[in-house]
Ligand binder design. Structure first.
Ligand code: FMN
Length: 174
């Protein structure tokens, strides 16, 4: 029985969290865009996805691979500007099928937005979004960027993976 991390991100923060989780647990990491990324080769999966424009970026891949992912997926970590809460939970619920979401644990990790790394038109969209964002903190983040990356926030995910490994080991031993 073996596990793997399958992530989807655009600007590097979801990849960074995936690598930190991999270093802490020994699980291999795959970008869902890689040709060789095949979730059917693994018994359990940790899914990681950034949130862009109020949606998880892995949603199309999840729908396409739902039959493979539903039983195997044990956790989803989202990476976003918004912190844990109803707003984020709503975006996650709107992005993924209920039959998958009801089986997995969701961990909300905070990401990073560096305006110098996005194209001029994305910067423009963010500036316009900031003007209309009713939440003053979120508006400031959209306008100026932010860095909320926190390595220690992976700890609950690492603990979950360790528990899965313990269960697998006891099944194999017994
Ligand atoms: C174009 C764009 C749209 C974004 N939309 C949202 C959003 O709707 N909600 C949110 O909380 N964060 C949003 N963010 C912040 C990203 O979730 C954050 O930058 C995250 O770390 C990106 O992950 P990645 O580096 O793996 O792509 C957005 C960022 C960009 C660049």
């Amino acid at each position: 029985m073996k596990g793997a991390i399958f992530f989807s991100g655009k600007y590097g923060s979801t990849e960074q969290y995936s690598k930190w989780i991999s270093e802490a647990t020994g699980l291999p990491v795959f970008d869902i865009k890689d040709a060789g990324a095949d979730p059917s080769q693994y018994d359990f999966l940790i899914l990681g996805s950034s949130i862009l424009y109020f949606k998880l970026t892995n949603r199309k891949w999840v729908k396409k691979n739902l039959a493979i992912l539903t039983d195997r997926s044990k956790a989803l970590f989202s990476v976003s500007g918004a912190g844990a809460g109803d707003k984020l939970n709503g975006w996650v619920a709107n992005s993924l099928p209920t039959e998958l979401l009801s089986r997995i644990e969701h961990f909300a990790l905070s990401g990073k937005l560096d305006h110098s790394k996005v194209s001029w038109w994305v910067r423009l969209i963010l500036q316009i979004g900031a003007l209309f964002n009713p939440d003053p903190e979120a508006s400031k983040d959209e306008r100026y960027g932010f860095d909320y990356m926190d390595k220690s926030s992976i700890e609950p995910i690492v603990r979950l993976i360790e528990q899965l490994h313990t269960v697998i080991k006891s099944k194999n031993d017994g």
